[in-house]
Unconditional design. Sequence first.
Length: 576
Amino acid sequence: MLLQALDLAATAAAAAAAAAAPPPPAAAAAAAAAAAAGETPHADFDVSKKVLQQRLLAVTWLLIHTPAAASAAAAGVAKGALQVPAMSLHCAKQLLAAGMTVTYAQLVDAAHSMVAGVEVWIQAQQELGLHNDIPQAAVAICCPSTWQLQGPLLFHLMEVLQRNSKPDLLQLGMNSSRRTVAEAAAHSLPARREPQLRRKLLITAAKRRHASAAIHLLRLEAAQQQHMDSATLEVVLSLLAAFGTRRSRQVDQQLARMWHLLRPAAEGLGSGVVLQLLHAAVRHKSFQYSGLLLELPASQQSSVGVMEQLLQAAVPQQRHGGSVACARLLLGLPAAQQLSTDVVLQLLRAAVLRGEYDCAELLLVLPAAQQLSTTGVLQQLQYTLEYGAVGSDPGNDLGSHLRYSCNIPAAQELRPECVLQLLHMSNSPASTWHFCRLPAAQESSKAAIAKLLLAAVQQDSPDSTKHILGLPGAALLSSTAVEELLQAAVQRGSASCTAQLCQLQGAQQLSSDAVWQLLQQAAENDAPGSIEGLCQLQAAKKAQQQCCAAAAACSSASGQCWLHSAAVPAARSSTA
């Protein structure tokens, strides 16, 4: 019964550790949704921890109340207790006080099995004053209470380990929950030690996520110029891929430096293993590590389904997470050429939402993107306008993305009403410029162009106005339509838009009364730039006397007759 209770405790501890571990992206999204719905996100962890405490209490009770059974199964009891990962110091002390004994050999076996936190048993015995066969060196590296430092902790621990550099003690140190102890164990490993020990320590460092120790051991491996076997490499890479910390970049860099030694073994890895490693690398944004894995034959032979999964992990639908740098590498694989249009559209939208237009451009040149229907292209362009980052330059990232989008064959076949819809949605000169270059835009009616110009003028967008005025129908606008546009430009106080509109043939046909009313409106709005543009019109020259009379009655805030300075030169030129 006692051993059964210990097995249950070990199972509960494993469940608690799993519940406390960071969830994968899909599970994280589900947890966020549960939290939004008012559910407790860490409920599983709390329940597992409570179950573990109950199991350990049961073990303690049995140790106290069944001493004969405990004595008969002493070795099994200790072995079972040591299989419980991350045992708390309080529980360890309770079990030891209840009569359980733990030998150094049992502790070393647990450390070789890479059970997390076995050093707690040494700490518990030290605090309880129990004397057994545990060496003083093991106490020195496992019990912070013994650290009487006169210098850096790392140097103190290295001194202890170098005096006692036995494999068991090094393994105990590497399996420690403290990174400094693990780093000291790595630096205390003699350079001439057998490769098996070095690799065992490397696997332990990776499993315990001791980045600095793992990096040092990788350097030792490279210095020995020895090729690692595929089985060991699989374990090491699987563990290193799960680091998910800022230090994982350093691990990636060290792997890259010694890849020439690792590659022979890496090429012997199965396709399933390589793809699992790729998934982990993409999930943890390990760009350099992903690049190394993608060089392997197994990656080059990835199926379309696997490619879809990897790309969806690299470019998720959320604004955060994933690795666009990894996505760029993935899009260079042969399987990317076989992606379906639905998948490409999904990835395009994710890239646009995140503002990753260079990644979107790689997607747009894929065969599936080039085969999009007019409906698909229209929907993608509408999504880009709605969620894409606004830019003013046709050559900026958004503008470049739109250029690629508009070069898709189906975009060149959009109907005029579809292009007009896009132009009305346009929120930047960049998008206006690209849409105006589509064939259907060249067929826009005068009425449609007038509406587009009115929107551009009201937004005071000289660049968009310029792009729309480049359409063939703009030159055919009537004087009435141009007058309405000039009224909007003057009202907005946009000197640049006014000057551009004044270049139209319809503006040159305006009557002197119409121009005079526009000048009056500009004067009332204190818009000298608009007045200067209007005074270049032929009708303004004919209305010179009205302009000069108005100039005498209207001054700027500085006291200068700016209407006079703009209008009189034009009037004089008409009498010259």
